[in-house]
Design a protein around this ligand. Structure first.
Ligand SMILES: Cc1cc2nc3c(=O)[nH]c(=O)nc-3n(C[C@H](O)[C@H](O)[C@H](O)COP(=O)(O)O)c2cc1C
Length: 218
């Protein structure tokens, strides 16, 4: 089996469409993660068995995409480094070893996440529960790390970056719940020009607004 040509073909289409950042979805029980999972992957060829074999599909795919994705544009991957199924003591080191290989092959950032490859996973949901895992990945790979999962408190997000546990905090549901979340965070964190996080035209108008009944600054 050779790496699926569909991945680099998709990367080329993304480039032609104007995307400037490509993230490979190697996580959450989807195809690539299921190759890496010792539970999902029951193959007996060179793509199954040892950690090296289970990682082969991901590494080859990443390399094939890197070849067509310009060097100056970021190529990142989302990948589950833990399963919370009781076997992370052996799974995590294998996962991190693969991340190091991807880093050496030109991956610019790892978006660390959960494998979700087994129904016996017991994720310890709660505010910021994944921050320590991200910090461990950062320490073990010495490369740029991003992560998400219940980091919707701006102070917690800022602390995670300040402590060097991750380089980028990804926030999903808080943005669904509140479309003005980016602006609200900027205000809460004391940004000098909070409207600067918005598209220029919105920011321009919002920065002139003085609140209900107070009109706009001239
Ligand atoms: C409606 C919805 C759809 C999602 N779809 C995907 C997806 O397709 N791929 C993915 O990697 N994560 C997906 N996620 C997970 C988010 O990327 C994110 O990791 C998760 O919501 C945790 O971050 P949060 O606590 O800030 O929401 C989805 C989340 C939501 C709420």
């Amino acid at each position: 089996m050779s790496t699926m040509p569909a991945w680099p073909a998709a990367a080329k289409r993304a480039l032609a469409a104007g995307f400037q950042w490509l993230e490979l979805h190697f996580a959450h029980g989807y195809l690539a993660q299921s190759f890496f999972s010792p539970i999902a992957n029951q193959r007996t060829d060179q793509y199954g068995g040892s950690a090296e074999n289970r990682g082969r599909f991901l590494l080859e795919t990443m390399q094939a995409v890197r070849e067509v994705w310009p060097e100056h544009l970021p190529l990142t991957a989302r990948f589950g480094v833990v399963e919370y199924d009781g076997y992370d003591d052996s799974f995590y080191p294998e996962a991190v070893a693969l991340v190091r290989k991807m880093r050496d092959g030109g991956l610019d950032l790892i978006d660390a996440s959960i494998g979700f490859s087994t129904i016996s996973g017991k994720t310890p949901w709660g505010p910021g529960f994944f921050v320590p895992v991200a910090g461990r990945v950062k320490q073990d790979t010495q490369m740029p790390v991003a992560a998400s999962w219940c980091i919707d408190n701006p102070k917690m997000a800022e602390q995670a970056v300040a402590e060097g546990r991750m380089d980028l905090v990804l926030i999903a549901r808080a943005h669904l719940a509140n479309p003005h979340y980016a602006y609200q965070i900027a205000v809460e964190l004391g940004e000098e020009k909070p409207a600067g996080v918005l598209p220029v035209s919105y920011g321009y108008w919002l920065s002139r607004y003085r609140g209900p009944g107070k009109g706009v600054a001239q």
